[in-house]
Design a protein around this ligand. Structure first.
Ligand code: ADP
Length: 398
């Protein structure tokens, strides 16, 4: 069985073709600069990368280009489009109604269109991708997998913001949470590794990338998470501020005369690690600068790692305990200094990592960081959102 997984961003379209019998990715790639030129980078398993500049006015055209590549004599891996058994779409926001992965239907698309105002960046490209696939492959089942659906069972006292309740009732302003597919995948993998049912474990998962989130997974259910109404809440991220006193926003708008768009741009694109350090949003650059003594790079990393500690403490308190702590995504999987800074002085909670293991970790596989005798298991688990989407698609498509 072959499943195509699509992940449409505002100007990009990532894709992976899975052979579900072997679990292997037979081809993958990324269309970029959609709507502003266009490039495609395609990689067939075992072959060199293929790169092409090609006009990509919209996501529909990008999907045509991907399908052409998948069947092409030189770069392709299938004989015809008919060999694709199902398509899985990553959808960042499922609102309150899409509470689990679902078959793509006209009514699902209609609902997703109705929530574009609360998901203006990621909603339109995902919807365009689903519509294009329905037009190009009308007989192939399509499944939507939502980043938010892992959080559909969070209780109201954890998702309602303490502002007048009418803003929840009328405007659907609440915590939604994001990165759910990643947190769902790594928490399930953690349980498998520990050889215990997920339903018996208290796990905190730290998805640390350019965008970051921490999730408390209590007996298999996500009970709380750091991203909120948008992926702006929580810890300091690459270019996003994370949580700050909301009055800072209104104060700056009043005193500097910023428009809402200008203010959003500052909070989304100019804050976080970049905003503090003034040099980079990339943890690799900041680590190097910090090691050379750059005080602002050090400050940026301390702000981020202290934020992660706060959430770990808060979620251990909310769950009344902790069995396992998981690091994943670009920073979690690769930056040993960040893991060290987060885990130091956490023995009160039972979190202690082995300095040697953290220093000499092996990339790309689940890796145990736990110090001998520590109460909490601490692991690196590489995330695989695409595979999770492929699994859900397989389950729902037939
Ligand atoms: P995104 O949220 O864009 O998917 P990633 O999960 O790719 O982000 O994470 C990007 C972050 O991971 C950057 O801060 C980068 O410094 C860090 N990182 C560290 N080492 C690596 C590595 N070997 N490969 C990729 N990212 C890395």
């Amino acid at each position: 069985m072959k499943i195509l997984v699509l992940n449409a961003g505002s100007s990009s379209l990532k894709y992976q073709l899975f052979d579900m019998d072997s679990g292997e990715v037979t081809a993958k790639g990324n269309c970029e600069r959609i709507g502003a030129g266009g490039t495609v980078t395609h990689k067939k398993a075992g072959a060199d990368k293929y790169f092409e500049e090609i006009d990509l006015p919209d996501h529909g055209r990008a999907i045509e280009v991907v399908l052409d590549l998948l069947v092409s004599a030189e770069h392709g891996v299938i004989g015809s489009i008919g060999e694709i058994d199902a398509v899985g779409h990553r959808v960042a926001h499922g609102g309150e109604q899409c509470r689990e992965s679902t078959r793509v239907t006209e009514s699902v698309i209609k609902y997703l269109e109705s929530i574009v105002p609360i998901n203006p960046l990621h909603g339109p490209p995902a919807i365009a991708g689903m519509k294009a696939c329905l037009a190009l492959m009308p007989d192939v089942p399509q499944v939507a997998v939502f980043d938010t659906s892992f959080y559909s069972e969070i209780e109201d006292f954890r998702y309602i913001y303490p502002i007048p309740y009418e803003y929840y009732e009328k405007d659907r302003i609440r915590r939604y949470g994001f990165h759910g597919t990643s947190h769902r995948y790594v928490s399930a993998e953690m349980a498998k590794i520990l050889g215990k049912p997920l339903s018996e474990l208290k796990i905190i998962t730290c998805h640390l990338g350019n965008g970051s989130s921490i999730t408390a997974v209590d007996h298999g259910k996500a009970i709380d998470t750091s991203l909120g109404f948008t992926p702006q809440e929580g810890i300091a991220m690459g270019t996003r501020s994370g949580s700050i006193d909301p009055t800072v926003v209104t104060y700056l708008m009043k005193t500097k005369g910023y428009t809402p768009d200008e203010m959003e741009n500052i909070l989304n694109k100019k804050s976080g690690l970049l905003g503090i350090s003034g040099m980079s949003n990339d943890c690799r650059n900041l680590t190097e600068a910090s090691e050379k003594g750059d005080p602002m790079a050090t400050l940026a990393l301390k702000i981020m790692t202290n934020g992660i500690k706060r959430y770990i403490g808060a979620y251990a308190a909310e769950m009344n305990g902790l069995d396992a702590l998981v690091f994943t995504a670009g920073i979690g999987e690769n930056q040993k200094n960040i893991r060290r800074m987060v885990c130091e002085n956490m023995s009160y909670l039972g979190i202690e990592i082995d300095a040697d293991k953290n220093e000499n970790f092996v990339r790309g596989i689940p890796f145990d960081l736990t110090k001998e005798g520590a109460k909490v298991q601490t692991w690196i688990i590489p995330t695989d959102e695409e595979y999770m989407i492929a699994l859900d698609t397989k389950k729902l498509a037939f």
